[in-house]
Structures are given as C-alpha cells and as structure tokens.
Design a protein around this ligand. Structure first.
Ligand code: SAM
Length: 307
C-alpha cells in the first residue's frame, strides 16, 4: 500500500499553505495521508493537523498510519462539514485549509474500490458507502434524458445521447450491474479510436453525480471562509475543468468588493471582499513530476488568502 498514491504538487501546496508553524491546519482530502504528513512535518511541536476523508478505507488506513500521533486528528466526514469539524474540535478558526480533490490512485486502480473501468467490478462509484444510490441504481432507474444530461454535463461527452439511448435499451433486457457490462454498452456505440477517452468521461460523470462532488466542493468553499483565520490560506488542487472552474469563480467572486451593475452611481450591493487571490494563474506540476506520476498531468493548484 506504500505506492498506493503519490501526492501531487506536494511541496508547492504545503509552501503556500503554511504561514504559521504553530498553527492548526485542515486537510479535507486525507486519502493516503501524503499531504497531511507533509503539513505535519512542516509544523513546530505546537502545530496540529485535522484531516478528513469520506472514504472509510482511506480513513482506516490513515488511522493506522498516524497511530499514536495525537497532534493529528482524523475524521470520516464529508469535507463540506468543515465548519462542523471545527466546532467538534472547539476551534474558531483554522490557520490554513487544503483540499486535493477527486480520487486517489488507489481508488482508481483497485477493483475492490469499484472506481475503475479497466477492472471488472460492481458498478458502485460511491466514495461514501452510506450514500443511498450507487451508479448502478442511477443507470438503471433514471430517465434516458437525465442519464444523457449527467454524461454531458459532468463528463463533457458529446456522444451522451447515443450512450444514454443504448443504456436504456440494454437495461430493458437485464439490470446493468457491473463496470464491464456498462463498458460493453458504451463500446457498442463508440468509435474504438475514442473508446478509452469516452469511458473515462462517462465514469467520471457518474462518479461526480453519485457523490455530488461539485455540490460538496461548493459547500466546502463557502464553509471554509467561515472558519479560516484572517491571513490564512485556502489551497485547492483540482483535476478537471469543472472543479477548477468552481474554484476559480469562487476565488474571483470572493475577491470583489462590489458586484453592483457597472452603470450604478453608488454601491448598494453590500458585498464584502473576503479573499485575495495569490495565484493569478494556476500552478501546474513540472514536467518531471508528470513523468513520475501521470495522474499529476491535469492538476491545477489555486491559492487565496482570507482577509
Ligand atoms: C486525490 S485524493 C487525496 C490524496 C491525499 N492528499 C494524499 O496525499 O494521499 C482525494 C481524496 O479525497 C477524498 N474525497 C473526495 N471527495 C471528498 C469529500 N467531499 N469529502 C471528503 N473527502 C473526499 C477521496 O476519497 C480521496 O481519498
């Protein structure tokens, strides 16, 4: 399990995050503990880290990894509950907040985790196994139109209507239960030249939908600002354009002090500027990092400071 996941943009993200070595830092995406460990080792003996992951396997793995280290507190909560976690920890503020979005290499590459289309497994895709609906439930129960919209919106897949049509034909004969079954259905209406890309887009779309990843990200960003100390940094690593757009737009909106129409003679909006954007353009991994870790290739790091 030591090679389960290589942390992405590790040095860059931690250098931006830590502004006070005695502080309390939050990581919303614990995974295999790569970033949490690096935050911890950058702090003084008075510093603390609070980290969470919705995936119980990741949480249990890190419980063992950080056993006996009482300055690292772990939770098995959705990161959107950052304000609740602060309350439980009796903290008014965190000194810095990090999220390394998406899924880990372990979750993607292991059949048992149920996220990979390259290995046959149950069509599940839930990070949090307490969620009521699996990807199979969605694919078998929703209308053809809704399936097409999800594949288009969250996978940016142009062939979404054709795929949804084929899904709806196939499920009339038999419930679609496995990743292989869905893969075959997609393959039957996709040019083999584009199959790998299409499969990644459709599985990404289903994962985003089933876990409400974009809703959780929006709630996390909003709640973060209520528990981030002035001068503290919000550091986010995203892996696809939908996530990055949400982070970018949020940072932009929160860095404005007025949102009145341009022709308005006086400001009446009452908008308060809460962030200064530190990275005008996103930081991306070096060629060397991408060569050593292909999962890093789509990463974008954005940083803003609470004011
Ligand atoms: C890219 S991995 C993080 C890897 C980690 N930084 C490391 O170095 O090992 C993303 C992790 O975030 C978790 N995750 C995704 N959405 C989440 C959410 N809404 N709340 C909490 N954890 C989430 C996933 O289960 C996964 O373990």
């Amino acid at each position: 399990m030591t090679q389960a996941h290589k942390p992405v943009l590790l040095k860059e993200s931690i250098d931006y995050l830590i502004t006070k070595k005695d502080g309390v830092y939050f990581e919303g995406t614990l995974g295999f503990g790569g970033h949490t460990e690096e935050i911890f080792s950058s702090l003084s003996k008075k510093g603390n880290v609070v980290s969470t992951d919705v995936d119980l396997n990741a949480f249990n793995y890190c419980k063992e990894k950080f056993k006996g280290e009482d300055r690292i507190k772990l939770y098995n909560f959705n990161f959107s509950l950052i304000d609740v976690i602060a309350k439980i920890e009796s903290l008014e503020f965190f000194d810095g907040i990090l999220a390394d979005l998406g899924v880990s290499s372990f979750q993607l590459d292991n059949a048992a985790a149920g996220f990979s289309y390259s290995v046959n497994s149950e069509l599940d895709l839930r990070l949090d196994k307490n969620l009521r609906k699996t990807a199979a439930d969605f694919i078998n129960q929703e209308t053809e139109e809704k399936i097409a919209n999800v594949i288009f919106e969250f996978g940016e897949e142009k062939n979404s209507r054709k795929i949804a049509r084929q899904v709806s034909e196939a499920r009339r004969i038999k419930r679609i239960e496995t990743t292989d079954e869905l893969k075959k259905i997609i393959a039957s209406v996709t040019n083999p030249k584009y199959l790998t890309k299409t499969l990644s887009r459709v599985f990404q779309a289903l994962r985003i939908y089933v876990n409400d990843e974009l809703g959780a990200l929006t709630a996390f960003l909003n709640n973060s600002l209520t528990v981030l100390r002035k001068g503290g940094r919000l550091v986010v690593i995203s892996y696809h354009s939908l996530e990055d757009r949400i982070v970018k737009d949020f940072f932009k909106y929160e860095s404005l002090s007025c949102v009145c129409p341009p022709d308005s003679p006086i400001c009446t909006c009452g908008k308060v500027k809460r962030l200064n954007v530190i990275t005008k353009k996103p930081i991306v991994p070096s060629e060397l990092e991408i060569r050593n870790n292909k999962r890093a290739r789509s990463a974008k790091l954005r940083v803003a400071e609470r004011i």
